[in-house]
Structure formats: C-alpha cells, structure tokens
Design a protein around this ligand. Structure first.
Ligand code: DGL
Length: 300
C-alpha cells in the first residue's frame, strides 16, 4: 500500500487534497470502478454517458458479497485489497461504485493511496438537498448504521430532515436475478412504508444496486417524490477532477475490462441484462487479493 500522510482538503466535493499530492499517471490510463457485484454497473453506465472517452477497469467482489451486512473493519480490509490490486493495474483514479465502501472506508483510504479516490456519499447528499428537505435514504444495513448520509446531508443543509432505512434483502434479490419476483415488490413496500409515512419529498438510492429497482419503487412511492441517483453526481465530480489534474483521456478508449472474485459466468449473465451486451469477464481469486495486499509494506 502506498501511504501518504498529507492533509486532505476538499476539491469538487470530494475529500482529496491539492493535485500535487498525487503521483498522477498517464491520461490514457483507465479509471477503476469497484463494487461487491453488479451494483457498480449503474455507475459504469453513467460513466459511459458522461465520460465516453475514458477506459475502465471494473471489479466486482462477488465471492464476498453482500458487503452491507459485514462489519466496518471487514469492509475496510476488502477495500484496501481491491485498491492495492487496482493501483497495480495502473489506474489513474478510482470511483468507489459502492455506497457501503464509501460510507465505511473512503476517509481512511484517501489518505493511504496516492491516487484520487471518489465516493458516492457527498456527491449524492449534495444532489439531494438541491431537490428537497425531507430526504429518505434506502441503503444497506452497514451504510444506514454508519449514518454517513445523515451527516453529509446535514452538513450540506442543516435544515434538512433525514430518514435512513437499511434494506438487507435487496442486494441478494438483485444478485439472484429476482428483480421481477412479486416478493421483491412486497419487501420494497415494507422498506418504503416508514419513509412514505414521513412524507419524504426526495429519496436517495443509497446503494448502487437499487436503481435496478426503479420501476418497482416508482409504483410504490407517491409521484411527488424525486429519486436521486448519486452515480450522476459522482461521475460529474470525477470529470471535474480529471480536468483539474489534466488527466482526461484524449486517445480512443480501450474496451472495459471486467474482473470478479467469484464466477465470471454468473456475473456476465447478470451484467448482460443491465449493460445490453455480454461482457468478457476474468476472475481474480480472493487469495490473490489478500496476498497482494499483505505483501505491501507501508512507507510512512
Ligand atoms: N452496491 C453496494 C452499495 O452501494 C454494496 C451492496 C452489498 O454488497 O451489500 O452499497
């Protein structure tokens, strides 16, 4: 792990310091995106829309999902392993396409790695306070328990009111391809009920898997509720940061490289539905990630 103990500041809504803090790579290097599974593809789709000239490496830690029911220490360990691997792949920036990692690990790893690392919580919170004051957040149990969204929203607008709901069943249902199962709609109704009771005007997708549930959530929520997908604003922040660091790719982008720690076949089958094409997926074993991370000697 490459350590850097310099102070972190605030640039484009993300807590990284001045551009000279980073050992910046080449502008043609890929951007790294990671999630526990297919959730991060909702961020990837947004990246394709806003930054079509960038090359991407996507990692899904499918052997260890869901993250949302794991301890903060476990999540931080996984994130460190993935970032170490991504740095070895030569990425110029990482977007954590996972709210749970952003909520539990972003602050720690931003001061440990010498590349810009962006998370979803601040951009998502800032986007939400532009929309309303009665803000609901649906998230994994770990994200909801961290109150990362509550803190970020109140920092952006102290007059806002926030209700966070942990939704433990959503990620397993989505990863098992059960979005259209009547059970998913029933459980969604249960999770949203307390937020509807509170008359929220805005709802944040506090997990990157949840935009896949949009048609179901839309049917349950009053039509006056605005849905906020933090993917839109994190990619906008990434674009700003690339500009600032003079790291925008000017060459033709390479095809996205997909890696998972679990079954490549299962991932590509599921990913095809959401991407509209079947990705070629390679496996990186968990043992490779842990060995690589353990071999890093911190340079303090
Ligand atoms: N998609 C992730 C998130 O945004 C993680 C889901 C999980 O593995 O629990 O939090």
């Amino acid at each position: 792990m490459v350590r850097n103990t310099s102070e972190v500041g605030g640039v484009s809504g993300n807590r990284f310091g001045s551009s000279d803090r980073f050992i910046t790579g080449q502008s043609s290097a890929p951007i790294g995106l990671f999630d526990s599974g297919v959730g991060g593809l909702t961020v990837l789709r947004e990246l394709y829309r806003q930054l079509p000239h960038e090359s991407v490496i996507y990692f899904g830690d499918t052997a260890r999902l869901p993250y949302g029911t794991r301890s903060p220490a476990q999540i931080l360990e996984y994130v460190r392993e993935i970032l170490t691997w991504m740095v070895q792949q030569g990425v110029k920036m990482v977007i954590m396409a996972c709210n749970t990692s952003s909520a539990l690990a972003l602050e720690a790893v931003q001061s440990e790695f010498d590349i810009p690392i962006l998370g979803l919580i601040l951009p998502g919170s800032r986007a939400a306070v532009q929309q309303g004051r009665r803000i609901g957040v649906i998230a994994t149990p770990a994200t909801a328990a961290s109150h990362a969204y509550r803190h970020a929203i109140l920092e952006a607008d102290p007059t806002a009111q926030v209700w966070e709901v942990g939704c433990p069943e959503f990620v397993p249902l989505i990863e098992h391809n059960r979005v259209n199962d009547p059970y998913t709609a029933a459980i969604a109704q249960e999770y949203l009920e307390p937020l509807i009771q509170q008359r929220i005007d805005t709802l944040i997708y506090g997990c990157t898997h949840y935009p896949y549930l949009a048609p179901i959530l839309r049917q349950i929520l009053p039509s006056t509720v605005t849905l906020v997908d933090p993917a839109v604003s994190v990619v906008a922040a990434a674009a700003q940061e690339l500009d600032l660091l003079a790291l925008k790719n000017v060459r033709p982008p390479l095809p996205t490289r997909f890696y998972v720690s679990g079954s490549p076949l299962t991932f590509s089958g599921l990913a095809a539905q959401w991407l509209g094409c079947t990705p070629v997926v390679e496996q990186v074993a968990v043992s490779t990630l842990t060995a690589l991370s353990a071999s890093q000697v911190p340079t303090l």
